[in-house]
Write a protein that binds this ligand. Sequence first.
Ligand code: FAD
Length: 390
Amino acid sequence: MDCDVVIAGGGPAGSTTAYYLARQGVNVILMDKCTFPREKICGDGIAPRAVRNLYKMGLQERFDGEFNKFHGFRFAGAGKSVVETPIPRLARFPDHGYIVRRVDFDKILLDYAREHGVQVWEDCKVTEPIVEGGRVVGVRAKQGGEEIEVRAPVTVGADGPHSVLGARMCLLVNDPQFLGISIRQYWEGVEDIGDYLEVYPEREVSPGSGWIFPVTRDGVANVGVGAMLYHMERDKISLHKFFETMIHDTEHVAPKLKNAKPISPLRGALLRCGLGGSKVECPGMILVGDAASMTNPVSGEGITYALETGEMAADHIMGSRMSGQGFHIDPDGDSFRDKLVDRYQHYFNHGLMSIKWGNRTSFMRPLLAVTSKNAAFRTYMVKSLMYLKH
Ligand SMILES: Cc1cc2nc3c(=O)[nH]c(=O)nc-3n(C[C@H](O)[C@H](O)[C@H](O)COP(=O)(O)OP(=O)(O)OC[C@H]3O[C@@H](n4cnc5c(N)ncnc54)[C@H](O)[C@@H]3O)c2cc1C
């Protein structure tokens, strides 16, 4: 064996898994097909629950004062109204999040894992798992034009929504019920933004939902729109058309962009949501983060769950050593999926149900209007959306 654990993917899920393992003396190799810093298509919103995880890892000083914090949400309400809701003060969660471009965020996490002893191999593309006797015993990869093999008792697939490892082991389920697509573009000169995440289920982009997330206080923002695949198929909608409509012809978003201009290409990516689309594990291997279908179906937020499943995976792998056989992942004995289901399925199921209706503007905006009149409702809404429980 070349190491104890080999991880494919150096996004938040892979880096967090690697960090927690290396901190406990485990010999980890993490491979990523890119060289960092690298772009990742995202809204860049780091929610309070994710911030709690970052602070727990000891990363507070790398974010505090360095990046724009947000302290609440602005939602489009009925008519032209806007509902402003602060993040509630809760004992177990910070009252803020951050907006950090992923080009910066992911490098901070990857460097942190490296500082804790993880061997990081960049520009190293995993091509397939090595399978022997029905067990994954490592990966094949291409690095600098050369084919390599790394063998390990445990393999972790943190390689995002198009996970090569998950696909090759038939763990991914491509059901549109659990798939979303979002597109985003950076803009400068955006007006009237600051320390709120702005979320706009505008009538013209229903059943999708638009956003403006302020990257800086001086008008640079991440602007995007997303929708579930089954809504898009049903209503035959194009996200690019939605985006055009949103920036030119909507009540809330268009006025803010009137004097602004785009500073990056418009780019999109797939989201795997609600844990429903992935089987997560097979002998010798587990999936984490987007590969494990861990995006919140309502908010599209996946960084929280990438960080949390990374930590849970590290615990699961450490626990597997208790059997006395060394590191040994075996879903029949101790199931990682069961742990994810226990912690998240109930919450995600509510989300999956509510977006069947809730992304419809006709339902969402009057609801927001009613909610806006009652502080307790507003707090409940933010706590539910951001999963500020447990
Ligand atoms: C437009 C959009 C907006 C979003 N907005 C938000 C938001 O505001 N807040 C939020 O919390 N979430 C958001 N999300 C979701 C969030 O981006 C993901 O949930 C999160 O990135 C998941 O992290 P991950 O580490 O699992 O996967 P990823 O971040 O996708 O990382 C996977 C890594 O694996 C590497 N990789 C892939 N294939 C291979 C291979 N074969 N070999 C080696 N390496 C490989 C990739 O280079 C990458 O570094 C958004 C998603 C989209 C598409």
